[in-house]
Design a protein around this ligand. Structure first.
Ligand SMILES: [Zn+2]
Length: 147
């Protein structure tokens, strides 16, 4: 999870509360931040999902705090891992991330099987969309790794 800041420093991975227009609060958003210039940016991979969520909040006029980890499967896996992780181990973090994603994908596939048996279409749809976020991420990483 390495990324360089526009000032040339290496940025840290973490989570933060992001405010939009001074009223919409989305917490536990995965970000990169720079210690030397205070710049931060949302993890590029989840940015479109974050903006989708913001649009939903605007439409429904939800003003309370919302947790991004509750609506985004990848953010949830990252957050779970981040809480157990010590900063010295960024290589380990990478390796564990893949493992955690795969475990979560397997779990969701099992759930999908249950939903299918019960013929619960809404549940199937929900699981499918949670799966889509994760498998897209895993595929993109493998693609980048293969270069
Ligand atoms: Zn910087």
């Amino acid at each position: 999870m390495r990324r360089l800041c526009r000032c040339g420093q290496e940025m840290n991975f973490g989570f933060r509360l992001v405010m939009f227009e001074n009223k919409f609060q989305i917490d536990r958003v995965p970000i990169f931040e720079c210690d030397s210039c205070d710049f931060y940016e949302v993890l590029p991979f989840v940015k479109p999902d974050l903006l989708d969520l913001l649009n939903q909040l605007k439409q429904q006029d939800v003003k309370g705090r919302v947790y991004f980890t509750e609506v985004n499967e990848l953010a949830d896996v990252l957050y779970e891992l981040f809480r157990k992780w010590t900063k010295a181990d960024s290589v380990l973090f990478e390796a564990m991330l893949e493992q955690h994603c795969e475990e979560r994908i397997n779990l969701l596939l099992d759930l999908y099987g249950c939903a299918q048996k019960m013929n619960d279409e809404n549940w199937m749809k929900e699981i499918a969309s949670r799966l889509a976020t994760l498998s897209k991420f895993v595929k993109e990483r493998q693609f980048m790794g293969a270069k």
